[in-house]
Ligand binder design. Structure first.
Ligand code: HEC
Length: 196
């Protein structure tokens, strides 16, 4: 009995192997059992994709997703800014405190950023005498040390840099939160200048 079983098993395995290798092309790996398991449908990132409602392969991350950041000192840059771009958000910003401690280094960095991103409108000392205003008077900002702006709270300075104000555009895409708070230190130093 055992012998017969052995022969049958051997025969079945041989047949299966034979059937598996019996294909036309010598390059072919033979018949595949459940080919979907070997050959999953691969989509390129920008290829149309019928599996998603919007028909694209590259899906945005789930709302509220934050990139992983192992460097704790950069956490500030990745936390969402909670206040909305509304009059209520602006009013609430008055209570915010600068999370970047004041230092000569922070001030220097703020100054360098200011000369690059702001001085063409605000002037090198924030007196509202930038070159842009000579071309378009609508873009002349008040001086930081003017009665209008000299007491502007740090949180509102940050809020306005973030979302823009009036004719001034938003800077939240160009500058990280750390950079914006360093700019706040520098703007505050300009608010303290004696009025001309
Ligand atoms: C395109 C010109 C322009 C640029 C660039 C610009 N500003 Fe302004 N900024 C203005 C104008 C105009 C106002 C006045 C807005 C108003 O009150 O309607 C203003 C207002 C402000 C205020 C007062 C906001 C408030 O809440 O009243 C601050 C602070 C300020 N800017 C900082 C900056 C800083 C810092 C930068 C650089 C990152 C910058 N601005 C870049 C034109 C500019």
């Amino acid at each position: 009995m055992r012998k017969i079983h052995g022969i049958i098993t051997f025969g079945a395995v041989s047949l299966a192997l034979l059937a598996g290798s019996c294909t036309k092309s010598p390059q072919s790996p033979g018949y595949e059992y459940m080919p979907d398991m070997y050959r999953s449908v691969g989509y390129e990132a920008y290829q149309p994709n019928p599996n998603f409602a919007d028909g694209t392969t590259a899906q945005p991350p789930v709302e509220g997703t934050m990139p992983y950041q192992s460097d704790r000192s950069r956490l500030l840059d990745f936390m969402p800014y909670p206040l909305p771009n509304t009059p209520e958000g602006y009013a609430a910003a008055a209570a915010l405190k600068n999370p970047v401690p004041f230092s000569e280094e922070a001030l220097k960095e703020g100054e360098a950023l200011f000369q690059t991103f702001c001085s063409h409108c605000h002037g090198t000392k924030g007196l509202g005498d930038g070159v842009v205003g000579t071309k378009n008077p609508a873009l002349i900002p008040p001086a930081y040390n003017s009665p209008q702006l000299k007491d502007l709270p740090e949180g509102q300075i940050f809020h306005s840099i973030t979302y823009g104000k009036g004719m001034m555009g938003a800077h939240r895409y160009q500058l990280t939160k750390t950079q914006r708070w360093k700019l706040v230190h520098y703007v505050q130093s300009l608010q303290k200048q004696p009025a001309q």
